[in-house]
Design a binder for this molecule. Structure first.
Ligand SMILES: [Zn+2]
Length: 153
């Protein structure tokens, strides 16, 4: 997505959890604990993936996108479909997205990644346009503008 930024990837943490499971330091009941809310969110707003569940290996994982941010008001903390995110990203300045993978078979769930979306991330967006001269003369290109300025000196 165009305005995606400050991505935090949680695959290392996930691998650590799976390693702990293999060594028996934790049990599947510790990690396969998706709440009814999370499972409903996965059913109604989830994004199907081609990835097999690392625990039961019989179901594919579903990604659920949770959104947070002051601008969302009462919608904060709700799950949204992937298709709804670009629309929100064009309407709002900034909001946080948390992606959670869920297995509807065995209830495995883990945070996949988090990132920011919103108009603030657009090049030449609200903030950039406020700076004097930024993006005002794109036709000439930065190199020729510089040459012109040097010639005037
Ligand atoms: Zn599973």
């Amino acid at each position: 997505m165009r305005t995606q930024r400050q991505v935090v990837d949680y695959s290392l943490q996930k691998r650590a959890v799976l390693r702990e499971l293999l060594t028996g330091r934790i049990g599947t009941y510790d990690v396969c604990d998706a709440s009814p809310y999370l499972k409903n969110a996965a059913r109604f707003h989830g994004e199907p993936t081609d990835d097999r569940c690392p625990i039961c290996r019989s179901e594919n994982l579903t990604h659920v996108h949770y959104i947070y941010g002051d601008e969302l008001k009462q919608s904060a903390g709700q799950a949204r479909t992937l298709a709804e995110l670009p629309v929100l990203a064009m309407t709002l300045r900034e909001f946080q997205v948390f992606v959670v993978e869920v297995c509807l078979g065995c209830n495995w769930n883990h945070l996949v990644e988090q990132y920011l979306l919103g108009r603030d991330g657009l090049a030449g967006g609200v903030d950039a346009a406020a700076e004097p001269g930024a993006g005002s003369d794109t036709s000439a290109g930065p190199a020729s503008t510089r040459r012109r300025r040097e010639a005037q000196r």
